[in-house]
Design a protein around this ligand. Structure first.
Ligand SMILES: *Cc1c(COP(=O)(O)O)cnc(C)c1O
Length: 383
């Protein structure tokens, strides 16, 4: 057993990740205020709330009034049920039941999304055998060809008197492929297909709601909002309208600690593979954060960060646990003990970092590692 600790956790880690829960709650309210007023604006908290921590994120959003949560896997749903306890919050499991897991859905009040004829058949069998009257969502594909019933499968189930027998669907759902590009013609096509399938579905289930919009979908015309919205990334501060200014408030700050500062006396290579040559007299700072912490190796050659207001470039390759920056322009006074380099903050947002790494904010957030000291800035108490 390790000896009792006398140091603070924030002093033991190589980097500090700050998550602003007040900004998170504010982002949820902002999305809610944008949506068509009858729309239930939920929260997608899959993948550990996009890497930011399921428990603090779910507690904050639940306190702010969010009543519907979406996760991908059953295990995520079970973890969330443990966090939300007996609350009336709905938990929707988007990948639906794997064979043999139906009982755990029912016992934990987890609402399955039924994505395939097979999932519908098993859920129907389970519901009938056990006399379970539980809500579900039926997922139809409207043009993305990723997941959900094809039009032919949907039509066949609708035509079969036993197709949905014993089920009580809360909603028909679909997912937009190009919602972040408002002018993309697939948006309108998907919405038309969805509207037509929903009206057919309502011949059987008059009260069925519709669910189509993700974060970006909420920034399209209100006709895309329907009854249950499923925003994820915008809650966490990533821009849901990449072609326009970010309407969301930043939630994440990431600061890496400088372990060593050195000056090279002659032009010299830096890092693995000696791919970068620091010029004579360059000053280098190495931070204790690398690709094992989600700082993508592909970011290296074009990457930069900030010391206060000064932009500093990555020097050489990102290592597993260490990254070196050229800090020649930074005064000594800013590099003393306890100095940090801002990887994500007001000067470089998640979207900026993603762009420099050739990826999207979603991947940056979900790649964040498990070794940070995580600091959660509390949301003000609810009135
Ligand atoms: C992840 C996911 C969402 C959330 O999407 P964002 O773009 O993060 O808002 C919504 N619906 C489905 C089906 C998803 O898989």
């Amino acid at each position: 057993m390790a000896a009792p600790l006398s140091s603070r956790p924030e002093d033991r880690s190589g980097a500090v990740l700050t998550v602003d829960l007040a900004a998170l709650a504010e982002n949820w309210r902002l999305l809610k205020s944008r949506a068509n007023p009858a729309c239930d604006v939920g929260a997608v908290v899959k993948a550990d709330a996009y890497g930011l921590g399921l428990e603090p994120v779910a507690r904050t959003l639940s306190a702010a009034g969010c009543a519907t949560f979406y996760v991908a896997h059953l295990d995520e749903g079970l973890a969330l049920r443990g966090i939300l306890g007996n609350s009336t919050a709905r938990i929707v499991v988007m990948h639906g039941p794997n064979p043999g897991t139906e009982r755990d859905f029912a016992a934990n009040r987890l609402i399955p999304v039924l994505n395939t004829p097979g999932q519908i058949k098993s859920w129907r069998g389970f519901a009938q055998t056990n006399d379970v009257l539980m809500e579900s969502l039926v997922h139809v594909d409207t043009g993305m060809n990723r997941l959900g019933l094809t039009s032919a499968e949907f039509a066949a189930l609708m035509a079969d008197p036993d197709g949905f027998v014993g089920l009580t669907p809360l909603a028909l759902m679909s997912h937009l492929a190009c919602a972040e590009v408002p002018t993309h013609p697939l948006n309108a096509q998907q919405r038309e297909r969805f509207a037509s399938m929903l009206s057919t579905f309502r011949l059987k289930f008059a009260d069925a709601k519709g669910s189509l919009a993700n974060s970006s979908g909420l920034f399209l015309d209100q006709a895309y909002h329907y009854d249950l919205a499923r925003p994820g990334v915008a809650l966490y501060g990533v821009n849901p309208t990449p072609e326009a200014k970010n309407p969301m408030i930043p939630v994440v700050r990431l600061q890496a600690k400088i372990v060593q500062v050195r000056r090279v006396d002659a032009a010299s290579p830096v890092g693995y593979g000696a791919t970068f040559r620091a010029p004579d007299g360059a000053k280098l700072a190495t931070v204790s954060m690398g690709y094992a912490d989600g700082l993508l190796r592909s970011w290296g050659s074009s990457g930069y960060a900030f010391v206060d207001d000064l932009r500093v470039a990555v020097a050489g390759r990102v290592s597993m646990d260490l990254t070196t920056f050229d800090v020649s322009a930074v005064p000594e006074s800013a590099l003393g003990p306890g100095a940090v380099i801002d990887i994500i903050g007001t000067r470089q947002t998640v979207d900026d970092l993603a762009k420099a790494a050739g990826t999207i904010g979603y991947e940056i957030l979900t790649a964040l590692g498990g070794r940070y000291h995580r600091r959660y800035l509390p949301a003000p108490a609810q009135k």
